[in-house]
Design a protein around this ligand. Structure first.
Ligand SMILES: *[C@@H]1O[C@H](CO)[C@@H](O)[C@H](O)[C@H]1NC(C)=O
Ligand SMILES: *[C@@H]1O[C@H](CO)[C@@H](O)[C@H](O)[C@H]1NC(C)=O
Ligand SMILES: *[C@@H]1O[C@H](CO)[C@@H](O)[C@H](O)[C@H]1NC(C)=O
Ligand SMILES: *[C@@H]1O[C@H](CO)[C@@H](O)[C@H](O)[C@H]1NC(C)=O
Ligand SMILES: *[C@@H]1O[C@H](CO)[C@@H](O)[C@H](O)[C@H]1NC(C)=O
Ligand SMILES: [Zn+2]
Ligand SMILES: [Zn+2]
Length: 312
């Protein structure tokens, strides 16, 4: 009897600890999808104020469509209120234009649907102006874009390493998954990518992080923003949001690790979001859940080759 109690005691403590840890995780998580607020704004258009519009303003600012700046007299700056003003209307129009929706300036059904998709955290535009590259031939119908200023790597042999602040059990094979993702770009360019140990210097650091992780671009919990990456630069980084439902073989409501890796590597090489009307390119800002989308499309390949002058 007494031996049984002694044996079950550690298990009891372990269960207690587990319950305590879980309830803390649940408490610190805000409920639902960070983009879910958009659903409640369906039908809004420029006509006075609607509760919750300030969240839409934050969304459009985050992805580069809206910039209230610091100009404007007190009372004329609607950055944090629920007023549907002219600036908001033109930001919605710019969003619709970039995403090949009808340019209505109102939150119609298809705009709401598009805005709620999980997506990459890299903004589509900078300072409210479309910075899409103009080296497009009207004959090729390419929709690729370069990052403003066309940053590029000077070398062709790039190294990467992994350093995460959060361990994600579903991503235990992240090293081979990223190796495959890099290989997709290596196959169509002159780049080689080599993983190095965590103590070695590397061109690119890849990691899983949660919420605020000290790069000024806090993640937002499950859904919403999935990942982000820097342009080609010293200290280039590629971060996964550790709070997503990651998988290497996605089922419903899961995000495919390799699909997201292939997209973010495109940014690391200097590609920006694509404005492909069919949203089929790897470099489209939205990344669907529940499916794998890993193969580079013609636009992605043409884009990276054009940026570096590799033969097509
Ligand atoms: C604007 O809103 C007011 C009430 O808030 C409503 O009476 C009016 O019909 C709306 N106008 C349009 C064009 O929707
Ligand atoms: C754009 O508007 C047309 C005509 O109203 C409609 O048929 C079409 O479905 C709309 N497209 C989108 C993406 O909402
Ligand atoms: C609006 O879009 C949702 C998908 O986001 C769809 O299920 C619904 O039927 C649409 N409603 C209308 C009125 O088009
Ligand atoms: C965007 O605007 C800010 C502030 O006006 C400026 O510092 C920054 O350089 C601009 N970025 C680009 C890419 O134009
Ligand atoms: C994560 O994915 C699994 C498998 O598809 C699914 O059963 C589960 O509901 C998902 N979790 C969330 C929070 O979406
Ligand atoms: Zn992106
Ligand atoms: Zn980050």
């Amino acid at each position: 009897m007494s031996t049984m109690t002694a044996r079950s005691f550690p298990i009891f403590v372990a269960i207690l600890l587990l319950v305590a840890m879980q309830s803390r995780t649940i408490q610190s998580k805000p409920s639902g999808d960070p983009f879910g607020f958009v659903k409640h704004l369906e039908g809004c258009h420029k006509n006075g104020s609607v509760k919750g519009l300030h969240e839409l303003k934050r969304y459009l600012e985050k992805f580069g469509y809206l910039n209230y700046g610091h100009q404007g007299k007190k009372g004329h700056n609607h950055a944090n209120d629920d007023e549907f003003d002219d600036l908001l209307e033109s930001a919605i129009k710019a969003y619709q234009q970039n995403h090949h929706l009808n340019v209505t300036g109102s939150l119609d059904n298809s705009t709401v649907h598009e805005m709620m998709q999980p997506r990459c955290g890299v903004p589509d535009v900078v300072n409210g102006t479309k910075h899409y590259h103009t080296h497009k031939s009207i004959h090729t119908l390419a929709h690729y874009n370069f990052i403003p200023g066309n940053p590029r790597w000077a070398k062709r042999q790039l190294t990467y390493k992994f350093r995460s602040s959060v361990q994600v059990p579903a991503a235990q094979n992240i090293r081979s998954i990223c190796a495959k993702a890099f290989q997709r770009w290596a196959q169509v360019t002159e780049f080689t990518f080599q993983e190095v140990s965590v103590s070695s210097p590397a061109d690119i650091v890849i990691g899983f992080h949660r919420r605020d992780h000290n790069d000024g671009k806090a993640f937002d919990g499950p859904q919403g923003v999935l990942a982000h990456a820097t342009p080609p630069a010293s200290n280039a980084m590629f971060h996964f949001d550790a709070d997503e439902n990651w998988s290497e073989n996605p089922g419903p409501n899961q995000m495919d690790l390799e699909s997201v890796a292939v997209h973010e590597i495109g940014h690391l090489l200097g590609l920006d979001h694509n404005d492909d009307p069919n949203a089929d390119a790897i470099m489209s800002s939205g990344i669907p859940s529940g499916i794998a989308k890993r193969d580079l499309r013609a636009d992605d390949i043409q884009g990276v080759r054009a940026l570096y002058g590799f033969a097509n």
